[in-house]
Write a protein that binds this ligand. Structure first.
Ligand code: AMP
Length: 542
């Protein structure tokens, strides 16, 4: 017997319709590429998103056609999020930090028809357009007055004149909730990039779950600053969760330096911010010497890479801001786990609570996870045994776009490529990417643990731990370190710094000081590149 409830597809257009009707005056504030602050509300946004939908009809774009963006976090990008997906086309957010060859490759693979870009990325567009034959229309996200003359980019028009020519009289179409809504290519280090293709249903369910109190805890009382880019995994779904709750949105545009972010947080009374550790490092580095404090910021979600304990401490102890450590990936829309304590942890001493906060957290309803050994057998949740982490759920990929890379699932589960432990309370701790784990004398050493200790040293700005071949132990860890400007630490001092902080056999055999650690397009350390750079490195003789 079927239930007798109304059947209404979960569509992205439903989120903006809700926000317009129930939170129409909630603000959306954006720092623009032009440098000024733009300010309007959900009602205005909904109207302009409808104009986008009509303008796409005007270009004769078919249902399911891809519309690409190369853009910062801002209101025009948000209008594209809703206008493109809401009208049944697929929003393809491209990471502008990728190499132009990769951008051309993925635009061709996605068969993008339209490319909308912030003017900061004009040189990139000029470099790739000749190699992107599927793109028929280029839209610069600016007014007609800012449109560059003689850009060399074909069929270029300004966003404002493009949507300005349309009326907002548009009814969002209804269709199957499993229809594709947006796509994002993964920053895989081997093989061609592969795209996760999100659906209206997966994005809406993810937006619901992300807003829950034990997840991002987003409400109409919040002013949210997503520093995490809209060009990578839909800014962790915040543009959707914010509309679903009516939260104020504050977009940083291209100004991601510590000073600009601090000023925006204070001026717009931000209560809640989300970003990767490198961005927060820049913010703390700006605030500390000037003795600055936050007046409204309460919580920050940090994910994308392991959040160093020193950062969680600094936010909590020095600034009274709660850090929520999150883990996820492009293939998971992206949220998988988030770290909040349970009721029973209230009575624990502060140091014990902190040990939990450093973990990546508990699974969100909708995500099931397990750790397995090399034979695929499930491992116990004892917080000690490491295993390959597998996940499943309604916002996790089943297959990549165009079947790229074949069937990724193993017995219905998606292997994340991450390695971790799960404790009896269900808290996941990521110890490594499986290809980065260091295998020494049959034991595994977590490179993240070794890096976290190094960055707790006052003179260390950044650290990356890799394994190097060893005749007796197979592999031994070494640590590549970038010193803070004007600070000194020697190899022996840093090695001694590990005493008592980890098992003796896990202490790195050597320290290599470097000027910089190579980073990928999403700000993660590129250990493959680091290994190449250190290929002639030899371990010291005992
Ligand atoms: P991406 O698909 O580019 O977002 O990268 C996802 C990968 O980033 C994951 O598979 C992890 O390896 C890593 N990652 C994300 N969040 C965390 C975290 N909190 N701690 C450690 N690694 C993380």
């Amino acid at each position: 017997m079927l239930g007798l409830m109304q059947s209404q597809p979960l569509l992205i257009s439903g989120l903006i319709e809700f926000a317009e009707r129930h939170h129409g005056d909630a603000e959306i504030v954006s720092r623009r590429v032009e440098g000024d602050l733009h300010r309007y509300n959900y009602k205005d946004m909904g109207q302009r998103a409808r104009r986008v939908a009509k303008a796409l009809d005007g270009l004769k774009l078919a249902f399911g056609d891809r519309v690409a963006t190369l853009a910062w976090n801002g209101y025009r990008h948000l209008e594209l999020y809703y206008g493109v997906s809401g009208s049944g086309r697929v929003l393809h957010t491209i990471n502008p930090r990728l190499h132009p060859d990769q951008i051309a490759w993925i635009a061709n693979h996605a068969e993008d028809q339209v490319l909308c870009f912030d003017l900061s990325f004009l040189p990139l567009v000029q470099a790739v357009h000749a190699r992107c034959p599927t793109i028929k229309h280029y839209i610069a996200l600016c007014g007609a007055d800012k449109l560059p003359a003689d850009s060399g980019v074909p069929n270029l028009q300004s966003y404002e004149s493009w949507i300005g020519a349309q009326s907002a009289d548009y009814a969002w179409p209804s269709f199957d909730e499993n229809t594709a809504s947006s796509m994002c290519y993964t920053s895989g280090t081997t093989g061609n990039p592969k795209a996760a293709l999100y659906s209206h249903r997966s994005s809406t369910l993810h937006a619901y779950a992300a807003a829950l109190p034990d997840v991002m805890c987003i409400s109409a009382r919040d002013a949210i600053l997503p520093v995490v880019p809209m060009f990578h995994v839909n800014a962790w779904g915040i543009p959707y969760s914010a509309a679903l709750t009516g939260a104020k949105l504050v977009f940083p545009g291209p100004a991601l330096d510590g000073k600009s972010i601090y000023e925006l947080i204070e001026a717009e009374k931000v209560t809640y911010a989300a970003g990767v550790p490198t961005v927060w490092q820049m913010l703390l580095t700006h605030m500390k010497p000037a003795g600055l404090k936050f007046s409204t910021l309460k919580r920050t979600v940090i994910g994308g890479s392991a959040c160093p304990p020193a950062m969680i401490h600094a936010f909590r102890e020095d600034y009274g801001v709660e850090v929520l450590h999150a883990w996820g990936m492009t293939e998971m829309s992206p949220l998988g786990t988030l770290c909040t304590l349970k009721n029973k942890h209230d009575a624990l001493p502060e140091a014990e609570k902190m040990k939990i906060r450093l973990k990546q957290g508990r699974a969100i309803y909708g995500v099931d996870m397990k750790i397995v050994d090399a034979h695929g057998d499930e491992l116990p949740w004892d917080g000690k045994v490491f295993g390959d982490l597998h996940v499943k759920g309604p916002w996790i990929v089943r297959e990549y776009f165009k079947g790229e890379g074949g069937d990724p699932l193993v017995g219905g589960w998606f292997p994340t490529g991450d390695v971790g432990t799960i404790d009896p309370d269900g808290y996941l701790q990521i110890t490594d990417r499986s290809k980065d784990v260091i295998k020494s004398g049959g034991e595994w050493i977590s490179s993240i643990d070794i890096e976290n200790i190094a960055v707790a040293h006052p003179a260390v700005a950044m650290a990356a731990c890799i394994g190097v071949a060893h005749p007796k132990w197979d592999e031994r860890p070494i640590i590549a370190v970038v010193k803070k400007p004007g600070m000194e630490v020697t190899r022996d001092e840093l090695i001694r710094f590990y005493d008592g902080k980890t098992a003796k056999w896990q202490i790195p055999d050597d320290v290599v000081f470097v000027d910089a650690i190579p980073l990928g397009a999403t700000g993660k350390m590129l250990k493959t590149r680091l290994r190449e750079l250190l290929k002639d490195y030899k371990l010291p003789q005992p």
